[in-house]
Design a protein around this ligand. Structure first.
Ligand SMILES: [Zn+2]
Length: 295
């Protein structure tokens, strides 16, 4: 009999950033470490939406949503050397274009988002290092709505720098964005250098595909915000050699305000998108837990 592997205990352990106790091999609820931490991060990020991981008839792990919908956690495509975890595997995985077009959940979460102020390393991401840019679209349609009409029903108005923007309230993105603005607003009088980053402000909700692809942008779900849309984007930046310096010059206080509330920044991607912030609490939680474990 197939059985759902529970993640509530693991989620607790992840949030407490304690080492997960090792389970005996052969136990029916044994999960590989990477799967356990991914599951815990997803369950903590999207409360009530994720039932657990379950092995299918082929023995591959699938993510089971509370609706019963199943998404492939590990399709095996990047699993040629399962013992080789970590950066080497992640880099190779990221090199494959198919991981952007149709990733599994494991690939979606494999690259660990670099939290905190931009340093030499995060200003020079390796080619293909785009943590968060590889996305399982079916997860986001399940979480936020499968059509523009559905998404708009799930959105509420959010106040941000004098604008009122729609943002998705189903799993906290709207509330988090409101809190981001409250953090920035208090700093603004002392930081006039924030203004060219924030103004003119871009958009949150736009139902559209990503330029050059058939994949829905995260703006389709009302969980992303573009600050000043004139900031550099990899597809049409004439001077990419200037990007590391521009990333280092980006106000760390703005970056910190977004990351504190569960948003990742496209300025940390090799395929850079400096205007783009996206609500991805599962990636922020995973990054925080791994950083605490490392300490
Ligand atoms: Zn954007």
């Amino acid at each position: 009999m197939r059985r759902i592997i529970p993640g509530i205990l693991l989620a607790f352990l992840l949030l407490a950033a304690l080492p997960r106790p090792s389970l005996c091999s052969g136990e029916p609820n044994t999960l590989p470490d990477h799967a356990a931490i991914d599951l815990a991060a997803l369950q903590a990020a999207y409360p009530g939406a994720i039932k657990g991981l379950e092995r299918n008839a082929e023995g591959r792990l699938e993510l089971v949503l509370s609706t019963g919908q199943r998404l492939m956690y590990d399709d095996g495509r990047t699993d040629a050397a399962p013992a080789e975890a970590g950066p080497a595997r992640d880099r190779r995985a990221a090199d494959a274009q198919q991981n952007l077009a149709s990733p599994d959940i494991r690939t979606m979460m494999a690259q660990v988002y670099p939290l905190g102020p931009v340093d030499d390393q995060s200003a020079h991401p390796a080619p293909g290092f785009d943590p968060g840019r590889s996305r399982v679209q079916e997860l986001f349609t399940a979480l936020y709505g499968a059509s523009e009409v559905q998404v708009r029903k799930n959105c509420v108005p959010v106040r941000f720098d004098g604008h009122t923007l729609p943002a998705n309230a189903r799993f906290g993105a709207a509330q988090a964005l409101e809190r981001v603005w409250k953090r920035i607003e208090t700093l603004l009088p002392q930081h006039p250098e924030f203004l060219p980053v924030l103004r003119p402000l871009g958009e949150t909700l736009v139902w559209r595909v990503i330029a050059g692809t058939k994949r829905l942008s995260m703006h389709s779900f009302g969980i992303a915000l573009d600050v000043n849309p004139k900031l550099p984007y990899w597809r049409w930046e004439p001077h990419p050699e200037t990007i590391p310096a521009q990333c280092k010059a980006f106000p760390p206080e703005i970056l910190a305000a977004f990351e504190a509330e569960g948003f990742i920044w496209g300025g940390k991607w090799a395929s850079f998108d400096l205007m783009h912030f996206e609500y991805r609490p599962e990636l922020i939680l995973k990054a925080r837990a791994l950083a605490q474990q490392a300490r």
